[in-house]
Ligand binder design. Structure first.
Ligand code: FES
Length: 56
C-alpha cells in the first residue's frame, strides 16, 4: 500500500529503509532519494517506522 502519495512511496519501501538504518520518516525518505512534500503522510510513516523498528 502507498504511504506517501506525493512521492509514491510504498509501505514496503519505508520498512526496507528502516531495516537499512533509517530511524525516522525523514531519513527513510532520504534513503529512498525523496523528501516529504505535503507532509500528510508523516504521521502514518512514523507509525510504520516505529513498527518496523520494534520488529527489527
Ligand atoms: S503524501 Fe507524503 S509528502 Fe505528501
Amino acid at each position: 500500500m502507498v504511504v506517501c502519495v506525493c512521492n509514491a512511496i510504498r509501505e514496503a519501501d519505508v520498512r526496507e529503509a528502516v531495516r537499512k538504518g533509517a530511524s525516522c520518516p525523514l531519513s527513510a525518505y532520504q534513503a529512498l532519494g525523496r523528501r516529504p512534500r505535503c507532509g500528510q503522510c508523516l504521521p502514518y510513516a512514523r507509525s510504520i517506522v516505529a513498527d518496523e523498528s520494534v520488529a527489527a
